[in-house]
Design a protein around this ligand. Structure first.
Ligand code: NDP
Length: 328
């Protein structure tokens, strides 16, 4: 039997955390032969609800779940953890400015970066979902001086999966036959879903859809999909967000498929002219727990200008939280 992998989920009693914990514990993230230990972290006010999640996990009698730790203490939650999934974040309250939301969450993610640095495994992999996810990942990484920036990522996999879903629907194809879509930029309205290199059943996607449909329908719909779901359900997306967390970590840990790539927000190394020091979504391939940014893709003028818009937004977010970046 393999040694259990330790997985921390913050905000584990929230909507996404609740949808996620059971899937990690049942083996969907790391495979059917990999035991896991769940370390579920919440704020004190949510501990009672977290206890309920713990009881339900116990009641599932999942063979791969070797232990469950429920806590409101980050030093316990992150202790020796191998994967830190940072879901919990402060929601925007009525009348709150975007800048205030960024600053409020910046404090949370600075503290979590420090705690991960001091308590987690030296090989820990971190995924930030709590918004503004890209900038929160930058803050956490910058407050973890003993860890490498490449151990910190933010999630754009839901946007990636949404793009595949839209394309499959439009072209009457199977999702399994769609390869090489990607999301550039920030997990926000400025993100750029790109299908220039996409193949559907081996044929260029642009043989099956028009540029007008992509620009006028597909891209805005992906950018606004979160709001569309809130309007329909009266609640934000949770199951699909949890599903994307499973995909992101699964592929990072176990590798991407041959001839395909996925979208991950990672620290920019200057690829495609994107400023270093922002967490930006790129197409990446993964192997044995490491990712590489796909190089050499052609970007037409429209794509370049969309990348610049998202980069500008991330630089503005970085300027707001500059004083919380000790490494910067
Ligand atoms: P959710 O579980 O619905 O969402 C959690 C975070 O994920 C939010 O920041 C949300 O952003 C973000 N998110 C990213 N992508 C998506 C997506 N595609 N769809 C929806 N959300 C997305 O929030 P809840 O309020 O239900 O739960 C949050 C939990 O976190 C609570 O239980 C709370 O107690 C806990 N918490 C923990 C903290 C900590 O550990 N220090 C701090 C604050 C809260 P958005 O708001 O933009 O939807």
């Amino acid at each position: 039997m393999k040694k259990p992998v330790k997985v921390t989920i913050t905000g584990a009693a929230g909507h996404i955390g609740y949808a996620l914990a059971f899937r990690v514990a049942s083996g969907e993230m790391f495979g059917p032969d990999q035991p896991v230990i769940l370390r579920l972290l919440e704020i004190p006010q949510a501990l009672s609800s977290l206890n309920g999640v713990g009881m339900e996990l116990e009641d599932c009698a999942l063979p791969l779940l070797h232990d469950i730790v429920l806590t409101d203490d980050p030093s316990i939650g992150f202790r020796e953890t191998d994967y830190a999934l940072l879901i919990g974040a402060k929601p925007r309250s009525k009348g709150m400015e975007r800048k205030d939301l960024i600053l409020e969450n910046a404090k949370i993610f600075a503290a979590q970066g420090r705690s991960i640095n001091d308590n987690a495994s030296g090989d820990v992999r971190v995924l930030v979902v709590g918004n503004p996810a890209n900038t929160n990942a930058l803050i956490a990484a910058s407050n973890a001086p003993d860890l490498a920036n490449r151990q910190f990522t933010a999630m754009t996999r839901l946007d990636h999966n949404r793009t595949m879903g839209q394309l499959a629907n439009k072209t009457n194809s199977l999702v399994a036959d769609i390869k090489r879509v990607n999301i550039w930029g920030n997990h926000s309205m400025t993100q750029y879903p790109d299908i220039s290199n996409c193949l559907i059943d081996g044929k260029p996607a642009y043989d099956l859809v028009t540029r007008d449909w992509v620009i006028d329908h597909m891209i805005p719909r992906i950018q606004r999909r979160g709001a569309e779901i809130i309007e329909a359900r009266g609640l934000s997306s949770a199951a699909s967000a949890a599903d994307a967390v499973v995909d992101h970590v699964h592929d990072w840990a176990l590798g991407t498929s041959e001839n395909d790539w996925v979208s991950m927000s990672v620290m920019s190394d200057g690829s495609y002219g994107v400023s270093e020091g922002v967490v930006f979504s790129f197409p990446v391939t993964c192997k044995e727990g490491e990712y590489e940014i796909v190089q050499g893709l052609d970007l037409d003028e429209l794509s370049q200008s969309r990348l610049k818009t998202s980069e500008k937004e991330l630089l503005e977010e970085r300027a707001i939280i500059q004083e919380l970046l000790p490494k910067g």
